[in-house]
Design a protein around this ligand. Structure first.
Ligand code: AMP
Length: 281
């Protein structure tokens, strides 16, 4: 596995690969890698000749500066995981390398970015669009891999790709979970032992709600999920919305979409956890 911290060196290496007609897959990450990231890397390595993984804690997507400061950084361990998963190129730039000047671009991401995470994390999706568009421009991947754990983020990236007419195929990969259902996340390490025991109630409640959704209204399902999770001490739902899985717009009736997806954000103590589930309507 090659490791680059310079854009120029990375591009020189990739120019040779492109000249040899090799396909390039890109997996953007912020490090603190776990099996969720690993599944994206393995898929990219399987489907492309070169598997590029970026590890960069992107400051412009953090609306909470404390979250940025305390974000876990485990570069050496990350490199071991990447090598074992089939990554051929790790790109680990400094902040100066990615942002030699402040990025003042404002993306018109439209309705997909104006619901759920959008208003609750002001500037977050614009920051994601800034870093991902830079990475796409530098790497020029054929395929780019994102996890469905950040469900709305995928819709935002697809919107950005459309907006900029970028020739990249966006591949959405399923959520990887712990055996008790908790979606893997770098933030799980911040949970206390007690909170870690409670956190699986999120995924378990979502799964339960799918089993009886056929006989219930959208509102009944939403109320069930919110009330069940809120009844657990130390857990508070920030929002639970059932949306059209393409447009991200909330639905009132199942008949409004062929692809209903429930998206949730829960505070477990001070740790903000997200998850989602598709309703097979
Ligand atoms: P992050 O490092 O948190 O920015 O995540 C990098 C990529 O890994 C994003 O596309 C995430 O959606 C994806 N990812 C994070 N956790 C998981 C998971 N549990 N399952 C699948 N993909 C994930």
């Amino acid at each position: 596995m090659k490791v680059f911290d310079s854009i120029k060196d990375l591009q020189q290496y990739l120019a040779d690969a492109k000249w040899e007609n090799k396909t390039i897959g890109l997996v953007p990450t912020m490090g603190a890698l776990h099996k969720g990231h690993e599944s994206l890397v393995r898929r990219s390595a399987k489907e492309n000749d070169e598997c590029v993984v970026s590890v960069f804690v992107n400051p412009t997507q953090f609306n909470d500066k404390n979250d940025l400061i305390t974000y876990p950084r485990t570069v050496e361990k990350d490199c071991e995981l990447l090598e074992a998963a089939g990554c051929t190129v790790a790109f680990i730039p400094s902040e100066k390398e990615m942002y030699p000047k402040p990025d003042t671009r404002v993306f018109k991401l439209g309705a997909v970015a104006e619901v759920m995470e959008g208003p609750r994390r002001p500037g977050h999706f614009n920051g994601v669009a800034q870093i991902v568009s830079k990475l796409f421009d530098i790497v020029k991947p054929d395929n780019a891999y994102f996890g469905e754990k950040d469900f709305q983020q995928i819709a935002v990236i697809r919107q950005m790709v459309k907006l900029l007419n970028l020739p990249v195929n966006i591949v959405a990969c399923p959520i990887v979970r712990e055996s008790d259902g908790l979606a893997l996340s770098s933030r799980n390490t911040r949970l206390t032992e007690e909170q870690r025991k409670k956190a699986p109630v999120i995924a378990q409640t979502l799964r339960e709600s799918v089993t009886f959704a056929a006989h219930k209204s959208v509102k009944e399902v939403i109320d069930y999920v919110i009330n069940t999770i809120n009844s657990v001490p130390d857990m508070e739902v920030e929002y639970y919305e059932i949306v059209d899985g393409y447009s991200m717009q909330p639905i009132q009736h199942w008949s409004e979409t062929a692809y209903p997806v429930g998206c949730i954000t829960v505070y477990c103590g001070k740790v903000r956890l997200i998850d989602n589930i598709a309703y097979g309507k």
